[in-house]
Design a protein around this ligand. Structure first.
Ligand code: BG6
Length: 504
């Protein structure tokens, strides 16, 4: 794998939550692992006036509280490469100082490679990209750099949500294309940076035993869950405009689904993987707007002792129908999966923080142990289940039925389990780190292309628009914190004679 190029990483939205909670801890971890080029540096841009030192101090605290084994001496070797520039990046006149500083920093140290990271509120993407275009920092013709034969590059990482619906995603794609080449646009989804998510590709395609069974003939259904125990915390302003479908389903869960459902690429290469992900997302059957309650369930968490419900949270609009829980049933129009539903769900304030994929294979054609009674029936029903845990554990478990010890014949549930991440349960590195390094080395495999993003919006569109009003009626407080979501979510599977894998 190519080493990451040196560059100036310009983080637009330096004072934001994402920068302190995810980006800087990720960069620190990569620095600690020796993966950052020694000439790479960071310039944070935000409106608030602040010195380089003040920002470094803030970040040191943020990083210390978030990474395992923070080493102050190591931080001291990274800190001088972290700088700060005040400025309003969404206004063209804000760019005079910003671009002067970028030119100073990047020409001095990094041979001119520039990686912009849009870590701002999504409504600012368009004006910021336009202002970057106007600043002249992204010339269409690349100049040779300080004697380096390779021309310096200009790339941009765009955080999710990428637009708020399909038309706005198209408009944003057009705006980005007016400034950057497609090969320089990195639409990030940090779930693709998670090792266990990438592990899905290894599990499916580095082994011969799964693929022959991985289709509608042998798979009864698939469940993909991303449950969180926390509420919306201090992101109310963003969340109330966004909701679980835009925040989690359209992006993270559909990406996980793409890795579970896609066809094998002919080779492990960026363009092949991206094109298979795009194909599978494009073959999702759009939900029937007349029968949305049969394919989706929405919810909002209720109050619990000591904590307000979503609807009563300060900053949430009166009568808000923004969903903090969403479940949906996905059908594919393709040969591999026609007739096999994929159930997706995600929510805040649920019973646990858990991200997992459950592949339920079909039961034997007849249960010859039915004569042994209900218990045997239950053991057979929960067998043939592959559980791929992504968080908090990262492991894969195969559940099957076996003979229980004892003089009389009875069945019991058995499991084989393997540590997926290979860290023996240790913390995974922050998923943003490897993705940012990929952008620095020019590898787009784990980033979304424009059609992929648009296809993902098309798949959820009916659940967002006016057609979803009925689904949203009366959702305030329709699930208890600490539960697995509203009754309608249970019903979504119940109607099909199935149930969620909630038993751990
Ligand atoms: C973010 C969402 O993209 O992903 C958050 O905006 C969510 O609402 C987070 O909490 C979950 O990420 P992870 O890696 O903790 O599963």
């Amino acid at each position: 794998m190519a080493a990451p190029d040196p560059c100036l990483l310009v983080i637009l939205g330096a004072s934001g939550d994402l920068t302190s909670r995810k980006l800087l801890p990720a960069l620190y971890e990569q620095h600690a692992a020796g993966n950052l080029h020694p000439r790479t540096s960071v310039l944070g841009v935000s409106r608030r006036a602040k010195s380089d030192e003040a920002w470094r101090d803030e970040l040191a605290e943020a990083v210390r509280s978030r990474v395992a084994n923070f080493d102050p001496a190591l931080w001291a070797t990274l800190a001088p490469r972290i700088r700060y520039q005040a400025g309003d990046a969404a206004r063209p006149d804000g760019w005079e100082e910003i671009s002067a500083r970028i030119r100073r920093e990047s020409l001095a140290d990094e041979c001119g490679n520039l990686l912009f990271f849009l870590a701002v509120a999504p409504e600012l993407y368009d004006p910021i990209v336009a202002a970057i275009g106007d600043s002249g920092l992204v010339p269409r013709e690349r100049r040779a750099c300080l004697g380096d034969p390779a021309a310096p590059w200009r790339r941009v990482i765009v955080e999710k949500p990428f637009g708020v619906d399909e038309p706005s995603a198209r408009a944003l794609n057009q705006r980005l294309a007016s400034v950057f080449e497609e090969s320089d646009i990195y639409r990030i989804d940090h779930y693709l940076g998670k090792e266990p998510v990438q592990g899905l590709l290894a599990l499916r395609f580095a082994n011969g035993i799964f693929e022959p069974l991985w289709n509608e003939r042998f798979v009864d259904h698939v469940q993909i869950t991303a449950a969180e125990s926390l509420g919306v915390e201090d992101r109310v302003a963003f969340y109330d405009q966004t909701g679980a479908i835009r925040d989690m389903i359209q992006s993270h869960l559909l990406q996980v689904l793409a890795f579970v459902a896609m066809e094998p690429p002919s080779v492990f290469a960026a363009d092949r993987i991206r094109s298979e992900r795009r194909n599978i997302l494009e073959s999702i059957q759009p939900p029937d707007v007349e029968r949305l309650e049969e394919v989706a369930a929405l919810g909002q968490y209720a109050a619990a002792e000591g904590s307000p419900g979503y609807a009563e949270t300060e900053g949430v609009a009166a009568g808000s129908t923004t969903e903090t829980f969403a479940a949906m049933k996905v059908h594919f129009d393709n040969w591999r999966w026609a007739g096999t539903p994929f159930y997706l769900r995600s929510g805040k304030r649920l019973a646990a923080k858990r991200t997992e994929v459950v592949v339920q294979f079909k039961a034997p054609p007849t249960n010859l142990f039915r004569t042994l009674g209900q218990d045997a029936e239950a053991r057979v029903a929960e067998a043939d289940r592959l559980i791929i845990e992504i968080a908090p554990q990262s492991r894969v478990r195969m559940r099957f039925a076996g003979r229980a010890p004892g003089a009389t014949f009875s069945l019991k549930t058995l499991e084989m389990s393997a540590d997926f991440g290979g860290r023996g349960g240790g913390a995974e590195p922050e998923a943003y780190g490897p993705l940012i390094l990929d952008a620095m080395r020019g590898d787009q495999s784990l980033f979304k292309d424009r059609e992929e993003v648009e296809a993902a919006w098309a798949a959820v569109e009916p659940l967002l628009g006016a057609a979803s009003q009925d689904l949203r009626r009366g959702i305030a407080g329709n699930y208890a914190p600490g539960s697995w979501g509203p009754e309608s979510s249970k019903l979504l599977l119940g109607r099909d004679g199935r149930s969620w894998h909630d038993d751990g």
